[in-house]
Ligand binder design. Structure first.
Ligand SMILES: [Zn+2]
Length: 154
């Protein structure tokens, strides 16, 4: 699997991460499938932290709203434009997923909501607005897999 970030998404992330400072933020990622197994993150929702200090808790209602707006905008073309996964920031520590991150993603794909796979993106803004990222794929009945992130030019 390959994942890339649209330039507009990178701009949005840098702006929001800078504004959030040491606060953890996150949300859902909306993806476009460019080729089988090749996805571009075309938009993401942004919430403030609702959980504890080191763990981002998803706000299901806000996320569903963001997703529904995305489906409307993309004409319900679910094969091409769909939910891709979750993202959050680790403003103060490494972008490697924490054990809580891993278990909540496993709960998500093993749950009953029909999500077969989900990508977890963790971001951190470093000096000179450089983004550090980690990307992990979670599939039902499979071990988490590190995903390559492509630098996108569009
Ligand atoms: Zn985390």
């Amino acid at each position: 699997m390959l994942v890339e970030l649209a330039e507009s998404v990178k701009v949005k992330l840098r702006t929001e991460l800078k504004a959030a400072g040491s606060r953890e933020i996150g949300g859902v990622m909306m993806g476009e499938q460019i080729a089988p197994g090749h996805f571009r993150v075309v938009d993401l929702s942004i919430d403030s932290l609702t959980g504890g200090k080191a763990h981002f808790v998803r706000d299901t209602e806000a996320h569903n709203e963001a997703l529904n707006a995305f489906f409307l905008r993309t004409d319900h073309e679910y094969d091409r434009f769909n939910y891709l996964g979750e993202w959050h920031s680790h403003p103060r520590f490494s972008v490697a997923p924490s054990s809580q991150d891993v278990s909540s993603m496993i709960d998500l794909v093993e749950g009953e909501r029909g999500i077969e796979f989900a990508v977890l993106l963790i971001v951190r803004l470093r000096w000179w607005r450089k983004l550090t990222l980690s990307c992990t794929l979670f599939c039902r009945n499979a071990s988490p897999l590190a995903v390559d992130i492509l630098e996108s030019s569009s």
